[in-house]
Design a protein around this ligand. Sequence first.
Ligand code: HEM
Length: 225
Amino acid sequence: MGQEFDEKQNPQSEFHTKNLALSVVHLFFGGTEMVSATLRYGFLLLMKYPEVQEKVHQEIDGVVGRHRDPAAEDRSRMPYTHAVIHEIQRFSNIIPLGIPHAVIRDTQFRGYTLPKGTDVFCVLGSALRDPRHFSDPERFDPGNFLDENGGFKKNHAFMAFSSGTRKRVCLGEGLARMELFLVFTSVLQRFTLQSPVDPQDIDLTPKASGFWNIPPEYRVCALPR
Ligand code: HEM
């Protein structure tokens, strides 16, 4: 381990072994499980709402076609698919409590004093289901991210990657967004996803819910298009 990671050399430094190890864990965990859980929830939602899947199919056919792979540049021309992916992330609420942070100085917040070092959780799930920003938050509705002309509409309460600038959002946000777009469009370009059970009977309740929401296990029929 390089000298710069040896906290004994400089007790003020953040470049120590524990931080290095946790950063590597976060990179592997974020880079695999978070995207995978979102995809698993997404496929389940698309089976439960076949009319949404059908519109994504139409957009893929119109913009990408069937004879080449989807590419990153396609995303800006696919507002409906972009909105569906946002709605999948909003609805599935993969990391409801965010990750813990701590205040670095005594902090006043809404009349409370948070002493230096207090753990703080940004409850992302409450923003994602905030009725002031999403008209019917318990309903899966890609319209939450579409304007009246069918264009993509940002919503500031969308905080699946947390909020804030620079350090306090997901480090892998750009990568994760592109992975989600490319995987969803590549799969749906080739397949129609159908559930062996009636869509109305698909239960979206997480298999486990705590620090993160784990989607339920399910079976899928991938029918070539
Ligand atoms: C859908 C996929 C993902 C979601 C929903 C997600 C969400 C989050 C959230 C909410 C945070 C906490 C931000 C904060 O409060 O500071 C975070 C942090 C982080 N994410 Fe992601 N993430 C995803 C994918 C990824 C990917 C693909 C990578 C990297 C390859 C990644 C790497 C990280 C790292 C390194 C952190 C910082 C952890 C720390 O502060 O030590 N994430 N992510």
